[in-house]
Design a protein around this ligand. Structure first.
Ligand code: X2X
Length: 336
C-alpha cells in the first residue's frame, strides 16, 4: 500500500469524510471544569484542592476532570467572581469579605477582634452563622460548599515601623483587599488604606506604593512577602477564610454521584487544610524571623477599644442587622 500524503490524496482526488476519528484511547472527560484561586501554588489551600481534584478524577473514572488555576492566573478576585457567576469558571475560592461586594452579609466573620481563636471561628462558620451566610450566598445565585477553608488570623506587616499600639497605625499607607469592611476598619484606626488586588501586593510593597499590608503568616510566607517587609506585628485583627464557590448551572449539570463526590472531597480538603494552617502557624514565626522579619506582640484590648471609640462596631451591627449580629455574638460574646 502506498503511503498517503496530502499530495497523493489531492492527486487522487480522495474525498475523506470530515469526521473525528476515534482513536480507541479512553474517552475525554465528560465534564472538564476549571477551579481558580488567588493564592500561590504552594499554599496549603492549593495543595489540598489539588489532591481533592486528583481524587475526584480517579474516583469518577475520569468523567469529572477539574483543572486548578492557582495564583490569580485567571484574573483578580473581582474578575474571577464575575467569571464564576457567568459560568466561564465553574469553581472558585474567595474570601467571604471580598464576596461581600455581591453578598453584603458574607463579610460578617471579618468583624475586627471578634473570634478569640480558630476553634471559635470554625464552630461559627460550620454552625449557624456559616449556614446563615451560605443561605444569603445561595440567594444571590452561587453555591457555597459547607466547609470553609482557612485563611487564618490576619497580622500586619510593614516596611517602615512596627505596629505596637493603635496609634502606630495613624496615616500608615496600608494595602487592604477589595472589600468595604477592610477599608472601614483601617480608616477607623486612622490609617490610610488602599485597595489593591492580591496579585499586585508583592510589587506594591517592593515599590513602596504602600508601607504595609495585612495577611496570615501562611500567606506572608508562601507569597514571600517577608522579602519586601521588615516588621510583622501580631495583631490577630480578624479571622478570614475562603468559601468554595460553584457556578450553580455547571454544578447541577453534573449527575448526582459526581456532585456528591465533588462536595465530599472538597469539604474534606478544607478540613485537612485547616490542620495544615494550624501547624504552619505554630512554626512560621520561627522561620520568618530567621528570614529577617522582626516580630512583636500587641494587646488586642487596646485595638478593640480604638474601634469601639470610632463607632466601628455600632456601624457594622447596623449594616449586618440584628439577626446576623446576634448569631455572631452567640459565638464570640458581646462585641463593641
Ligand atoms: O487578598 C488577600 O489579602 C487574601 C489573599 O488574603 C485574600 O484573598 C483576602
Amino acid at each position: 500500500m502506498s503511503k498517503i500524503t496530502r499530495r497523493t490524496m489531492l492527486a487522487g482526488g480522495a474525498a475523506l469524510p470530515l469526521v473525528a476519528i476515534r482513536t480507541g484511547k479512553a474517552d475525554a472527560a465528560q465534564f472538564s471544569y476549571k477551579f481558580a484561586t488567588n493564592l500561590p501554588a504552594v499554599h496549603p489551600l492549593n495543595v489540598r484542592i489539588g489532591e481533592a481534584l486528583a481524587k475526584i478524577k480517579t474516583e469518577s473514572d475520569g468523567r469529572l476532570d477539574i483543572t486548578l488555576f492557582p495564583n490569580s492566573e485567571l484574573g483578580t478576585d473581582p474578575v474571577m467572581l464575575s467569571q464564576v457567576r457567568s459560568g466561564a469558571l465553574q469553581f472558585f475560592t474567595l474570601s467571604p469579605l471580598i464576596l461581600s461586594t455581591l453578598v453584603p452579609l458574607s463579610a460578617i466573620n471579618g468583624v475586627g477582634f471578634a473570634f478569640k481563636d480558630s476553634t471559635q471561628a470554625f464552630s461559627a462558620m460550620d454552625g449557624q452563622l456559616g449556614a446563615f451566610v451560605r443561605t444569603a450566598i445561595a440567594a444571590r445565585g452561587l453555591i457555597a460548599f459547607e466547609k470553609i477553608f482557612d485563611n487564618g488570623f490576619r497580622q500586619i506587616t510593614t516596611g517602615n515601623h512596627p505596629i505596637r499600639t493603635p496609634d502606630d497605625l495613624h496615616a500608615l499607607r496600608i494595602r487592604v483587599p477589595p472589600a468595604a469592611l477592610w477599608t472601614s476598619m483601617f480608616s477607623d484606626f486612622g490609617a490610610s488604606p488602599t485597595t489593591i488586588s492580591f496579585n499586585e501586593v508583592y510589587t506594591s510593597l517592593q515599590t513602596k506604593i504602600v508601607d504595609g499590608q495585612e495577611n496570615p503568616l501562611a500567606i506572608v510566607s508562601s507569597a514571600k512577602l517577608y522579602e519586601v517587609q521588615k516588621y510583622c506585628s501580631l495583631t490577630n485583627h480578624m479571622w478570614d477564610g475562603f468559601w468554595t464557590l460553584a457556578n450553580p448551572a455547571a454544578f447541577k449539570r453534573l449527575p448526582a454521584d459526581l456532585q456528591a463526590l465533588a462536595e465530599r472531597e472538597l469539604n474534606a480538603a478544607a478540613l485537612r487544610q485547616r490542620g495544615d494552617v494550624a501547624s504552619l502557624n505554630a512554626t512560621l514565626q520561627t522561620s520568618l524571623s530567621a528570614q529577617g522579619l522582626a516580630f512583636n506582640d500587641t494587646d488586642p484590648a487596646q485595638f478593640r477599644a480604638a474601634l469601639t471609640h470610632a463607632g466601628f462596631y455600632s456601624s457594622w451591627k447596623g449594616k449586618f442587622g440584628d439577626q446576623a449580629w446576634s448569631l455572631l455574638e452567640g459565638y464570640t460574646g458581646a462585641l463593641g
